[in-house]
Design a protein around this ligand. Structure first.
Ligand code: NAP
Length: 249
């Protein structure tokens, strides 16, 4: 019998894959969401199956409402419960100033980063909330230090999408605080992952890392540890909280 289940979105690589590995180590059965790269997702799943309760692959574009609803129904059917949700899936477009941003880019960025997070929160709360017969749960949203810094000259569009995540975290956290559901966020700084590959600046991570207070980029495991803490009972009095994981930046 499955004891506790966590859905991690965008878990085929990067921070999401690290969260999925940490979640299995903490005893969760993981519903591992990916959008495109099934081979990469299967490789993470093999690690989960070898390390603990294992997992289930659930393909869905988080910005597509029908696919999100289908993903949660698959989890209901295959795993029978949901205790934790990590809204990690997110995209970043190549560097741009606001004067060069068009509507198509904004629409896609907000569809994935904002609408996707809202839809997954909605489906999770419907299952977890004691108000609707659930037994409680915890949600962690993955924001970005960009929401504080603004991303001037590089990614104001992306930073503003993460600002929406901060507000969602605070607002939904208050909305369901009395219903057994905690909603928190991590706000990573510069983390060495593939998300920077299409950013349009050669060696972005290597160039920025020495300018940070700790003098280095963060690792995916350092973010995953913060996520797992927020999901855990050790964080039972935290909701609507945003934890910076930025090496002081
Ligand atoms: P990454 O290596 O590019 O991984 C992103 C993951 O999200 C991939 O598994 C990707 O899967 C998935 N994804 C993208 N769009 C999706 C969609 N519509 N539906 C479902 N899955 C989708 O990025 P990362 O650096 O690990 O970033 C993870 C999160 O951390 C993002 O929210 C990002 O904004 C945030 N963050 C990252 C940094 C950093 O410096 N790396 C800093 C602050 C915040 P597919 O390829 O299959 O689409």
């Amino acid at each position: 019998m499955v004891e506790k289940v966590a859905l991690v979105t965008g878990a085929s690589r990067g921070i999401g894959a690290a969260v999925a590995r940490r979640a299995v180590a903490a005893g969760y059965t993981v519903a591992l969401n990916y959008r495109r790269d099934e081979t990469a997702a299967r490789s993470v799943l093999r690690d989960l199956d070898a390390a603990g309760p294992g997992g289930l692959l659930v393909r869905a574009d988080v910005g597509d409402e029908a696919e999100v609803v289908g993903m949660f129904e698959t989890i209901d059917r295959e795993l029978g419960r949901l205790d934790a949700l990590v809204n990690n899936a997110g995209i970043l477009f190549p560097r741009s100033r606001v004067v060069d941003v068009d509507a198509a880019r904004l629409t896609e960025l907000y569809r994935v980063n904002v609408t996707g997070t809202f839809l997954c929160c909605r489906e999770a709360v419907r299952r977890m909330s004691t108000r609707s017969g659930g037994s409680g749960g915890a949600i962690v949203n993955v924001s970005s230090v960009g929401s504080k810094a603004g991303g001037a000259g590089f990614f104001v569009d992306y930073a503003s999408s993460k600002g929406a995540i901060d507000v969602l975290t605070k607002g939904l956290g208050g909305e369901v605080a009395a219903d057994g559901v905690r909603v928190n966020a991590v706000r990573p700084g510069l983390i060495d992952t593939d998300i920077h590959d299409g950013f349009g600046i050669e060696n972005w991570v290597e160039r920025v890392a020495p300018t940070l207070p700790m003098g280095r980029a963060g690792t995916v495991d350092e973010v995953a540890d913060a996520v797992l803490w927020l999901l855990s009972d050790a964080a039972r009095y935290c909701t609507g909280s945003i934890l910076d994981v930025t090496g002081g930046g």
